[in-house]
Design a protein around this ligand. Sequence first.
Ligand code: MG
Length: 394
Amino acid sequence: MNRRKFVAVGSAGLFVAKVWASGSARWMEAFGDREGESKSRDNFSNPQISIKEDGKMKFDFWRYDLKLKHTFTISRSSRDVVPVVLVKFEKDGIAAYGEASPNARYNETSDTVENFFKRVDIEKLSDPFKLEYINDYMDSISDHDSSAKAAIDIAMHDWIGKKVGIPLYKYFGGEKSRTPVSTFTIGIDTPDVIIQKVKEAADYPVLKIKVGLPNDDEIIKAVRSVTEKPLRVDANEGWKSKEEALERINWLSTQNVELIEQPMPAAQIHDVRWLRERVKMPIVADEAVSSMYSIPELATAYDGINIKLQKNGGLLKARKMIYAARVNRMKIMLGCMIESSVGITAAAQISPLVDWNDLDGNVLISNDPFKGAANDKGKIVLNDEPGLGVVPLT
Ligand code: MG
């Protein structure tokens, strides 16, 4: 597929599908366009949702197109718009939010998210405190659909925090001043655009540079022509042979690069093991991290793991992975997809427990529909509102 033509599937325009689950009754309403956003209603689709409920709960969802400030290119795709699905769960007068950012790497789209929601018996969500039960239930529906599961898990956590009246980072035992400084991501581009992006990122002390295409050297040289900041480099499985990966990492190690993320395809763990014996730079698994069960084997080849709520199914699973990684003496990066402040703030709540933050998904977009944790020159600043601490901007 032409990388430039790779635009995520799903809705093209902004719309809200508001689903009021009350027996067979359901209704939807247009949410209203925002200034400057797509006016197209041609793609206003009827989601045909039918979610059972007990008469005391509501489960709404929105399809929403996040618009990127810059075309975002990594080794396998290029995008201008990222469709996400936002969730609102209401019970006992408490409204809680979640978000799914489906990813083609894991065969997910807004449609697969929606299809998963259709299969959820909302009665199973009637006591959000039963996080283990709810997560087991979601896993019983599907072995996949991590982003859809994350949306519900995040909403359950938001509800719990609001019910108890404390921010989630406290619920998790975190110290909010310990959020690691987040990288700001520079996607693959021409040297001129890379230089422009690096200049725009002047406020961010650490940059994450995407590589994995043939112009890697050109990209790093362009970055280094304008800054000496420490870099973290992500190849997104782009280097296919271990010899190529070794050569690239050896060169990167002369360029003040702190770590290399997913240098080779996830399936080539034996090659990464070979690589690790030959380089000093920490190697971090991302696409290779499927669940907490993958961690012991990954520990034989990688120095750290990149946990993402969307990839790994939400906050409960992410916390288990943090503990599993620590048991295996691995470092932890907390990453993200392109997400609104709902998903990013959810991740921020566990970020005092990790070593490296890469939580800039909401900074890269121009139409964030929520306000949550702040990004102050890379420092993630949690607020003290109960639950996630996110509010819709509409
Ligand atoms: Mg990555």
